[in-house]
Design a protein. Structure first.
Ligand code: HEC
Length: 141
């Protein structure tokens, strides 16, 4: 009798509860450790020119050539993007957070992952911030 009760209790406790997904979703909260990372690169005209080119290939179709969030894919994918030319857009995000998002993607944004070297990703963070400082003409050569 006691055994049966125990079995029932165990079933109720550990029974048909849904499995937790093993992988975190792409937009999981950024680890505090990652958010605290300090940008280790000093931008040079060459490194910025390089990431500007990469940005043109990998990012502009969503974020827009000058970061205004009006890229070609926005309508098709129904994206909601910040206007990065607005200094308020990224002011509450650390360099570490931007690095993490660019490296790992977020929501509908694909990850840049291993396509770019960490050094390039940090330069990308600087580029993305520069859209706001220089305004809408930043990406025009
Ligand atoms: C397919 C469209 C797409 C592409 C390509 C893309 N992004 Fe994004 N990006 C997004 C979306 C959507 C968000 C908002 C994600 C969220 O908050 O859910 C975002 C967010 C960001 C953010 C965080 C600030 C914000 O607006 O929330 C940065 C920085 C960023 N992207 C930079 C880049 C860079 C740099 C590249 C190229 C390496 C890139 N993105 C490529 C769609 C894209």
């Amino acid at each position: 009798m006691l055994k049966t009760l125990f079995a029932v209790a165990a079933l109720l406790l550990f029974g048909p509860s849904p499995q937790q997904p093993a992988a975190k979703p792409a937009d999981a909260t950024i680890p505090a450790e990652a958010a605290r990372m300090v940008n280790p690169v000093t931008p040079t005209p060459e490194s910025q020119a390089h990431v500007k080119k990469v940005y043109g290939y990998d990012c502009a179709m969503c974020h827009g050539a000058n970061g205004d969030g009006k890229g070609d894919l926005v309508a098709d994918m129904k994206l909601k993007l910040k206007d990065l030319t607005d200094p308020a857009a990224l002011k509450d995000m650390t360099d570490g957070e931007l690095f993490y998002i660019i490296k790992n993607g977020k929501g509908q944004m694909p990850s840049e992952g291993d396509r770019a070297k960490p050094e390039d990703l940090w330069n990308m963070v600087i580029l993305v911030r520069s859209f706001a400082r220089k305004g809408p003409t930043a990406a025009t050569p």
